[in-house]
Design a protein around this ligand. Structure first.
Ligand SMILES: Cc1ncc(C[n+]2csc(CCOP(=O)(O)OP(=O)(O)O)c2C)c(N)n1
Length: 561
């Protein structure tokens, strides 16, 4: 008879999980092997924090659920930052965790409480007879309700044999009774296959607002991923300009009326046009302080509408004129049915402004490079020109993050992975690994600060071991630059946030990367050579960046603290 661990592993794979990232210990050894036996690919990370973020990024870029597998207790706590990021981003990830239930065990910790504390949904397999059902329900919740779930597997139950390999016996109604704890996750966020249908009254109201508007801008967020063409079609009839939140960067790539990213990373030209809007509609977009620059991109008196399929999300970050509860694609289609074509904001004048160039690459700046340091804008602009267009970009957190986010273009929203819901540094490299695993044959760029790079450097081994097509770019100011620029102007002592210069290129070489130290634009010739040679192995650029001034978006960001 099969063991529970085998059945659970097979059930997860049958449920649609084909990639599992993790660190294997005694408690998750069998369930991980069962997933591999059932056809899933296992990717060993060097730290559980990396594994969780790899799964998160894999799920975001492939638009398929992914799993993480961890040892009981300390394996799970190591993964918690990445799990928190995934949970806040509503990424469909199943964390498969071995569990001890005996409080005197060294490994004991209240794992379900950990999950609840960060917004993940805990499940527990506590009876062999229902193991398959619980595992199915965990995947169903992850995918159907867009939640990060924790599937606890107590060691004793895992080892038990079960007579119900199909999970076919009747078990009440199977509607969530397996969740561990008080059931307080019944938040109404489960979405049916067809999506939440907007009311006719809300659609009429939205159409009226569009008819009254002269300068509408549609800002698409995470909830528009997968519905970009529906939003673009509704914008066309509405005469609306298009913009994306940072997590949806690339959604309207190449669209003639797209402004690119709205918010802190918006180019000055894009920000001016968004700030001139008399109607802003957020489509699956929170219109939060980042996307709206603390409200400064919302003109006084502008009508503000938010479309979201989760009632709690409406108005959570910004005062709305009104909200529309509905699936983004269904709402966009409903709006289209009500409208005659309008010019709106798509005027000749705006056309000329867009044609003249409003992207970052057309912005002029005083180059601050010299004395062995490269201006981070020059580094980013030149890399954008040098690297193949068909790239994926993953960005860590820190002062530097605006440069790659602004300058490195991507062809679609699946090509930009921004794990910033928790604002943690150190997730960027694992993000890039997860995205690269999901996208074989394409170059993935991991843009990191030296702080984030050194916090996650153990995963450089994972990159080399997997033979990933990856370029790591470190914006190296040998400091926690965000803190230096935050506190430096006040004259504060900065010893706690400044470090000796580290030869990160040598670290890369030690792991088996090609590597170069970049101090001026001409040093990027080494990257050109690597590209010309066919990217034979992963490459690391340790760019010693000019650090006289904070990035343009950072002062903006400080206001959110
Ligand atoms: C896990 C975590 N620890 C600390 C912080 C606070 N923090 C925000 S930015 C930053 C500095 C990041 O330094 P680096 O990666 O070198 O990027 P830089 O700011 O220098 O561009 C720190 C420590 C954080 N956001 N996340």
């Amino acid at each position: 008879m099969p063991r529970v661990a085998d059945l659970v592993g097979r059930t997860l794979v049958d449920g649609g999980i084909d990639h599992v990232f993790g660190v294997v210990g005694s408690g998750n050894f069998h369930v991980t092997n069962a997933m591999v036996d059932a056809g899933a690919r296992f990717v060993a990370a060097r730290h559980e924090g990396g594994a969780a973020t790899m799964a998160d990024a894999f799920a975001r870029t492939s638009e398929r659920p992914a799993a993480v597998t961890v040892h009981q207790g300390c394996g799970l706590t190591n993964a918690m930052t990445g799990i928190t990021e995934a949970a806040k981003s509503r990424t469909p990830v199943v964390v498969v965790a071995a569990e001890v239930t005996e409080p005197r065990s060294n490994f004991f910790v209240d794992q379900s409480a950990l999950a609840r504390a960060v917004g993940a949904v805990p499940f527990r397999v506590d009876d062999p007879a229902t193991a398959v059902r619980v595992a199915r329900e965990a995947v169903r919740t992850a995918v159907g309700a867009r939640r990060t779930v924790l599937l606890n597997l107590p060691l004793a139950v895992q080892a038990a044999e079960t007579g119900d390999p199909d999970g076919s016996e009747d078990f009440r109604d199977g509607s969530g009774d397996f969740r561990d704890g008080s059931g307080d996750f019944r938040d109404g966020s489960t979405v049916g296959a067809a999506g939440v249908v907007p009311s006719e009254a809300d659609l009429d109201r939205l159409a009226d607002a569009v008819r009254r508007a002269e300068r509408p801008v549609f800002v698409a967020g995470r909830g528009s991923r997968g519905a970009g063409s529906a939003v673009a079609a509704a914008a066309e009839l509405s005469g609306a300009l298009l913009a994306e939140s940072a997590v949806a960067k690339g959604l309207f790539a190449g669209h003639a009326w797209s402004l690119g990213v709205s918010g802190g990373f918006a180019s000055p030209g894009a920000a001016a046009l968004i700030g001139g809007a008399d109607l802003i509609v957020g489509w699956g977009c929170a219109l939060n302080m980042w996307t709206m620059r603390h409200g400064s991109l919302v003109a006084p008196g502008a009508t503000v509408v938010q479309v979201d399929d989760t009632a709690d999300a409406l108005g959570a970050h910004r005062e709305l004129t009104f909200g529309v509860l509905g699936d983004v694609a269904l709402t966009a289609a409903g709006l289209q049915r009500r409208l005659e074509p309008r010019t709106g904001y798509r005027t000749g004048d705006v056309r000329r402004r867009l044609d003249a160039g409003i992207t970052w690459s057309t912005e002029l700046y005083d180059d601050l490079g010299g004395d062995g340091l490269i201006d981070p804008r020059t580094l980013s602009r030149d890399l954008d020109a040098l690297l193949p267009d068909d790239r994926l970009v993953a960005v860590d957190s820190g002062n530097f993050m605006g440069y790659p986010a602004a300058y490195l273009d991507v062809r679609d929203h699946r090509s930009f992975c921004f794990t910033q819901a928790f604002q943690s540094i150190g997730l960027g490299l694992a993000t890039a690994i997860g995205a690269a695993v999901a996208s074989p044959g394409r170059l993935t760029v991991a843009a990191l600060g030296d702080g984030g790079a050194l916090m996650s450097s153990m995963e450089l081994e994972t990159v080399v071991r997997l033979g990933l097509d990856l370029l790591v770019v470190v914006y190296d100011d040998h400091a926690y630059g965000a803190e230096v620029h935050h506190f430096g102007p006040d004259g504060a002592a900065l010893d706690t946030v400044v470090f000796p210069d580290t030869d990160i290129a040598a670290i890369g070489r030690g792991f088996g990367f090609d590597a170069v130290t970049v101090r001026a634009a001409r040093d990027l010739d080494a990257v050109r050579g690597w590209l010309d040679a066919g990217r034979p192995r992963p490459m690391l650029v340790d760019a010693k960046v000019a650090d006289q001034q904070p990035s343009w978006w950072l002062e903006e960001a400080f206001r959110g603290h």
